[in-house]
Design a protein around this ligand. Structure first.
Ligand code: CIZ
Length: 336
């Protein structure tokens, strides 16, 4: 647990007091707390549900409370609201965005789709969940890292696929499914900067180590990975390995918190990144958006009922595609 908590007003608050306040406020406001695997460990520990965006989207529909506090980023809270229109959905910090979502705005996507249509291309648009609801409303299917292969296999083969916004995930999916894709040139700021050289050196230094890499990583990292998958697949994988093992983990470093909780017998080493400005190795893979979630902000959003995700006109269109893609699986198997 962290030793201290500084609120926005820079006042020291004991995290245990803040946790007690959150518990009381949860009862008072009939709230359920959902926390993504990439948020601070303290927040994961006090949450009612932890998971990746697919698991949390499904958990949100099972919650019986009238309020959901979504500790994650904006597109996740938006998806929770769209799948639970009758519930109040709070996000501790409205500025918790996503570099992938920012790379593909609805205007830019609509323009690109129109250009492809003008060229006579016939395609389905498949979006990674890391997109705004406005973008989702322009798409045919939504995938998460947990159901991507399964969904791509469901996309009829009579047309091409335009995959947005993550070029690395799209390339990986194209390789494993054999489907050709037009790729949007987006990338995740966390997964794009792993140092291949440091990963190879760590692998050589750590006998018998196993590399777990997220499919948002570039091709050079995936080529040296032993297991490629989203966070929920990583968690299930380490639980399935009995023999104590050293895992080199190429995703947001806070993922080590749920991995360690799920399978404490293993050693987990975070793969370092490289700073674009100097080329030096750094511990710079923390997602600055996920890091906006703090215990004090969780407490404050419950206390003040704000920031709240409110219904937008394009949510109606996004609801159909989200329900089809996330809540009607053909199998419960996890893939990517
Ligand atoms: O699906 C998610 O939640 C994301 C963005 C990554 C992962 O693998 O959990």
């Amino acid at each position: 647990m962290s030793m201290s908590v500084l609120s926005d007003r820079e006042v020291y608050e004991d995290p245990l007091d803040v946790m007690d306040e959150i518990d009381a406020l949860k009862q008072e406001h009939d709230a359920t707390i959902l926390a993504h695997y990439y948020v601070d460990g303290d927040i994961q520990d006090i949450a009612d549900f932890n998971g990746d965006s697919l698991k949390l989207a499904r958990d949100a529909t099972q919650a019986s409370s009238s309020t959901i506090v979504f500790c994650g980023v904006h597109f996740m809270a938006e998806s929770a609201k769209i799948l639970n229109p009758e519930k109040r959905v709070l996000l501790p910090d409205l500025l918790a965005g996503c570099s992938l979502a920012e790379s593909c705005t609805a205007d830019k996507l609509a323009e690109f789709q129109a250009r492809l249509h003008d060229e006579g291309r016939d395609f389905y648009t498949v979006a990674y969940i890391n997109t705004s609801a406005a973008v989702k409303s322009l798409c045919d299917w939504i995938v998460t890292s947990g159901n991507a292969r399964e969904i791509i296999d469901r996309v009829p083969e009579d047309r091409e696929i335009l995959f947005v916004p993550d070029q690395h995930l799209g390339r990986y999916l194209s390789q494993v499914t054999g489907r050709e894709m037009i790729l949007w040139p987006g990338a995740c700021m966390v997964h794009e900067i792993f140092s291949l050289q440091d990963l190879l050196r760590a692998k050589r230094r750590t006998a018998g180590s196993v590399v777990l890499a997220h499919p948002e990583c570039p091709q050079n990292i995936l080529e040296v990975a032993d297991v490629v998958g989203g966070t929920e697949l990583m968690r299930r994988h380490v639980m399935s390995v009995e023999q104590p093992t050293s895992f080199l983990v190429a995703t947001e470093p806070l993922m080590i918190h749920p991995l360690r909780k799920a399978a404490p017998r293993h050693e987990y080493i975070s793969v370092p990144g490289i700073m674009a400005s100097s080329g030096e190795t750094c511990a710079c893979n923390r997602c600055p958006h996920m890091a906006r979630n703090t215990l004090t902000k969780v407490r404050d959003c419950l206390k003040f009922g704000s920031p709240e995700i409110t219904w937008q006109p394009y949510f109606d269109q996004a609801q159909a595609v989200l329900q089809r893609s996330l809540l009607q699986p053909t199998s419960t198997k996890r893939d990517a």
